[in-house]
Design a protein around this ligand. Structure first.
Ligand SMILES: Cc1ncc(COP(=O)(O)O)c(C=O)c1O
Length: 405
C-alpha cells in the first residue's frame, strides 16, 4: 500500500528545510539516507535512560543496554532472514564487513585460486579482494557489462572455473542502479563449489532481501543507507564459515579465557565484535529495521524504482544529458553526464538550486574508466523522494546548461 507523503514529511523534518534559500531536494540517498524521527528517538532514549556498556555489567542500566543491543540483532536477523542471531555480526558498515571476510575467510585461499567479482564494484568490494589476491597469489577475475550497463553473464561459464573460490558482487550497483541476478550468480557459484558474498549496501532496506532465500555465504550492508545511523552495519555469515574463521581484532567480548601467553575465542558473532561495540548505532539500526518494515519493503522498492524510471526518462530526454546504465528497473542511483560540464560544476550549481546530488567516481573508479567518464553526477532516490523532486532536478539542470551556454 502506498505510504502518504504527509507521513514521510512528519518522519523526516529535514525535508522542510531550505538550502541557499531554496526548499531542499535531497537526491544523495545512495551515499547516506536521511534519518527518521523514530530512529533518532531510539538512539536518544538509549543515551537519555539506558546509557551503559553491554554484556559486562551487573547493574540495571547495563542490562537494559544489553537487551536493546541484542534486541537490535534480532531485528536485523528478521529483516534479512538470517539463519540465527549468531550469524549477525555488527560491524562499522559494509566496508568493514567485506574486509573482515577477505582478511579472515580469505586465509583459506591458495596460489592459483581465483576470485570472481564484477567490473562495476564499489571499491569496498574490489580492493579487499585485490589485496587478498596479491597476498595469496590468486587471480582476480571480473564479470563484464552489457552495452546497456547491466551484468553480462554470457561468458560466466568461462569465468567460473573450478579454481574460483569466491564470487562477490553488489546486489544493486551504486552507479548503474541495476539489480543483479543474484539467485543465478549464487547458483552458478555453488555449482563450482565457490563461496559467495553479496554486497547488499544498496539493497537491504530498499527491497526485500533474504539471506536464507538467496543461499549466499556472506551478506554485507550498512545502516546509514537504510534510514539508520552511521558507524554501524552488518556481516551476515553462514554459521559453519563464521565458526571456522579467525578473528581479525582482539579484545573485549571476543575472548573467553586469557592467560599471559594465550587466549581462546568466544563463539560468533561475539568473536568478531572486539572492544566496546557501537551500542547506540546498533540500537538505531534496529529501529531502522522496524521503520523500513513498517513502510513496507515492497512499497519502498516499487516507489524507488518508479522514481528512477521517471528520472532516467526525463534526464535522457534532455539534449546533451546522458544517463549511464539502464533506463528502467533501477533501484536508487541514476548517474548522468552533461555535455561540456564537469560533474563537480553540475553538483555545485544544482546545490545552488537546492538540489543535493553527488559528483565524482562514487568509489567505482574502474567502472568510470569503462564508462569513458572519470566522474559522473548521481541523483539517488529513496523513501523521502517524490515525483516533484524530478521536476526540480530537471529545472535545475536547465539552469546548469544555461550557465554553460
Ligand atoms: C555498493 C556499495 N558497497 C559498499 C559501500 C560501502 O559502504 P560503507 O561506506 O557504508 O561501508 C557502498 C557505499 O556507498 C556501496 O554503495
Amino acid at each position: 500500500m502506498a505510504v502518504p507523503f504527509e507521513r514521510i514529511q512528519a518522519d523526516f523534518p529535514v525535508l522542510a528545510r531550505e538550502v541557499h534559500g531554496r526548499p531542499l531536494v535531497y537526491l544523495d540517498n545512495s551515499a547516506t539516507s536521511q534519518t527518521p524521527v523514530p530512529v533518532r528517538a531510539a538512539i536518544d532514549a538509549y543515551y537519555a535512560q539506558s546509557c551503559a556498556n553491554v554484556h559486562r555489567g551487573l547493574h540495571a542500566l547495563s542490562a537494559e543496554a544489553t537487551d536493546l543491543y541484542e534486541g537490535a540483532r534480532d531485528k536485523v536477523m528478521r529483516l534479512v532472514g538470517a539463519p540465527g542471531r549468531e550469524s549477525v555480526v555488527f560491524t562499522r558498515g559494509t566496508t568493514a564487513a567485506i574486509n573482515l571476510v577477505a582478511s579472515s575467510w580469505g586465509e583459506c585461499l591458495q596460489p592459483g585460486d581465483a576470485i570472481l567479482i564484477t567490473v562495476a564494484e564499489h571499491h569496498a568490494n574490489l580492493i579487499p579482494w585485490q589485496q587478498l589476491a596479491k597476498r595469496k597469489g590468486a587471480e582476480l577475475r571480473h564479470i563484464p557489462l552489457t552495452a546497456e550497463g547491466t551484468l553480462d553473464l554470457s561468458k560466466l561459464d568461462e569465468l567460473l572455473t573450478p579454481n574460483v573460490k569466491m564470487v562477490a558482487f553488489a546486489q544493486v550497483s551504486n552507479v548503474l542502479g541495476y539489480v543483479a541476478p543474484a539467485a543465478e550468480l549464487i547458483a552458478a557459484a555453488k555449482s563450482v563449489g565457490a563461496a559467495t558474498l553479496v554486497d547488499a549496501a544498496q539493497s537491504v532496506g530498499h527491497m526485500p532481501v533474504s539471506f536464507a532465500e538467496l543461499g549466499c555465504d556472506f551478506l554485507a550492508f550498512s545502516g546509514h543507507k537504510m534510514c539508520g545511523p552511521t558507524g554501524i552495519g552488518c556481516l551476515i555469515g553462514r554459521r559453519e564459515l563464521l565458526d571456522a574463521m579467525e578473528p581479525i581484532e582482539y579484545g573485549g567480548d571476543m575472548i573467553v579465557h586469557v592467560d599471559l601467553q594465550n587466549a581462546t575465542w568466544n563463539h560468533p558473532p561475539y568473536k568478531f565484535e572486539a572492544g566496546t561495540p557501537p551500542i547506540a548505532q546498533a540500537i538505531g539500526l534496529g529501529a531502522a529495521c522496524d521503520y523500513v518494515t513498517e513502510l513496507g519493503l515492497d512499497w519502498i522498492r516499487d516507489h524507488t524504482t518508479a522514481l528512477c524510471d521517471q528520472a532516467a526518462a526525463a534526464l535522457s530526454a534532455i539534449p546533451g544529458v546522458r544517463v549511464h546504465g539502464p533506463l528502467t528497473g533501477r533501484l536508487g542511483p541514476v548517474a548522468f553526464s552533461i555535455d561540456g560540464v564537469h560533474p563537480h560544476d553540475v553538483a555545485t550549481l544544482l546545490d545552488g538550486e537546492g538540489v543535493a546530488v553527488r559528483a565524482g567516481h562514487h568509489c567505482a573508479q574502474p567502472l568510470h574508466g569503462l564508462l569513458g567518464a572519470p566522474s559522473t553526477a548521481r541523483a539517488s532516490f529513496y523513501v523521502t523522494n517524490r515525483a516533484s523532486d524530478i521536476d526540480r532536478l530537471v529545472a535545475a539542470i536547465g539552469v546548469v546548461q544555461k550557465v554553460f551556454g
